[in-house]
Each structure stands twice: as structure tokens, then as C-alpha cells.
Write a protein that binds this ligand. Structure first.
Ligand code: CTP
Length: 217
């Protein structure tokens, strides 16, 4: 069913890579599968989808426009540029939390490695600050402990409308797996918990929650 006709969604996916020098970078284990599944599901329901993706091995889902980025800063710039024209955004990317304070132009000699890091900008929180009352913002919380409390705190702190929790403690969930076990929290109402399922099935549930959110009906 094409129930997202005339709606535009921004989806972020994958890891970011933070350059240390011309040879090395800081990154994480994200493969982008969850974000690509969400982008594909939104597009299959008729949404216009822009997928801002860090480096992944995945191909662009049918009907989706992909914007390739490398660093957290690149992702921040693309997302803040696109956000005013969007109905909503789903922030699936595993953005690096820290980046080298300065990037060396030359390969750093292994004897001299002392890395000074600075925090990256929180893209979801920035979109949350700029959010209009007619826009819907969805984030993820990847937690290892205190899962529910951390997810609910992030929902408030980043001004999100929905947050999708996945715990790294669940076998079969998280980075690299084809499956996930999600719980979706909204600002009001009780959380919706789903069993272990494929990332495509999890994407269907996430997109259903967006569709039925009071902001879109
Ligand atoms: N996120 C983002 N920009 C960042 C960090 C996170 O847009 N610089 C988004 C993620 O895409 C996700 C949500 O914020 O939708 C939560 O990310 P997570 O890594 O779980 O949380 P952090 O804000 O990094 O908090 P912490 O490291 O304290 O758990």
C-alpha cells in the first residue's frame, strides 16, 4: 500500500569513518543493514527517500536516492541541509562519537601515536532542535545495560517522537546480524516489544509506527 505518497523521508545508515591520517581511521562495526531496510520499506510504501549513508557494502534499495558520506561531519552537513524539506527522519546511523582533534596530512609514525579526540556533533539532537511541529523524528538506541531507562532518556534529550531500542545483550541482535529484536518507545503510550525477527520485518514494524503516529494521521 502506497500510504506514504507525497511524504519525504531522510534515513541515515551505516558507520562513519573519522580520518586519523591518510591511511587510518576510527570507525565501528555497523554494516548499515537496519537503515537500508528502513529506507527500502519506506520507499516500497510510496515515500520519497533520501538515504544518507556512511561507507557500506550494500547496494541502493529500489526507489531510494543515496547520498554517500564518510565522516560524522559530512553526515551532519547533509542531514541539516536536507531536514527542512522532509516530512520525517529515521536516524539509524552508528555515528562515531569521537573524531581526531586534527587530521595529520602525513602518515603518523607508529612510535609517535598519541591521539587527541574531540566529540562529534549529535546529528539527531540537532535535527530535534530544528524540528517543526509537522515533522517526525525517529532515533535508535543501541544499549548494553540499563536499556529502557537509557532509551527513554535519549527520546527526551534528542527531542525524538519515537525511539527504537536494541540491546547488544540479545543474541542475534545488533551489528552485522541479519536479525534484530526491537522495542519501540513513543512519548506517550506503552512500549511495543517485538520478538527476534529479520531486519526487514523490524523495518516493517518501525514504518508502521511512523504511519500510525498522530503527527502523520
Ligand atoms: N546519533 C546521531 N549523531 C551522533 C550520535 C548519535 O545522529 N553523533 C543518533 C543515532 O543515529 C541514533 C541516536 O542518535 O539514532 C542514538 O545513538 P546512540 O549511539 O545510541 O547514542 P549516543 O547519543 O551516542 O549516546 P551514548 O553514547 O551516551 O549511548
Amino acid at each position: 500500500m502506497q500510504n506514504f505518497h507525497d511524504k519525504k523521508f531522510l534515513v541515515t545508515a551505516g558507520p562513519t569513518q573519522e580520518a586519523i591520517d591518510p591511511v587510518r581511521f576510527i570507525s565501528n562495526h555497523s554494516t548499515g543493514k537496519m537503515g537500508y531496510a528502513v529506507a527500502a520499506e519506506l520507499a516500497s510504501r510510496g515515500a520519497e527517500v533520501v538515504l544518507v549513508s556512511g561507507p557500506t557494502q550494500l547496494s541502493v534499495p529500489e526507489g531510494v536516492m543515496r547520498v554517500d558520506v564518510v565522516s560524522a561531519d559530512d553526515m551532519y552537513r547533509e542531514c541539516t541541509r536536507l531536514w527542512p524539506s522532509m516530512t520525517g527522519a529515521v536516524m539509524c546511523a552508528a555515528v562515531a562519537d569521537f573524531t581526531p582533534a586534527k587530521v595529520s596530512d602525513v602518515k603518523i609514525k607508529s612510535k609517535n601515536v598519541t591521539l587527541e579526540l574531540k566529540p562529534t556533533r549529535d546529528i539527531a539532537a540537532e535535527l530535534g532542535k530544528a524540528k517543526r511541529p509537522d515533522q517526525i523524528l525517529v532515533g535508535f538506541a543501541l544499549e548494553t545495560d540499563n536499556e529502557q531507562a537509557n532509551a527513554i532518556a535519549k527520546l527526551g534529550r534528542k527531542n525524538l517522537d519515537l525511539i527504537v531500542l536494541n540491546s547488544l545483550r540479545d543474541p542475534g541482535a545488533g551489528f552485522g546480524c541479519d536479525t534484530n529484536r526491537i522495542t519501540i518507545f513513543s512519548r506517550d503510550g506503552s512500549p511495543a516489544a517485538y520478538p527476534l525477527e529479520t531486519k526487514q520485518q523490524a523495518a516493517v514494524h518501525i514504518v508502521d509506527h511512523i504511519l500510525h503516529h498522530p503527527l502523520l494521521v
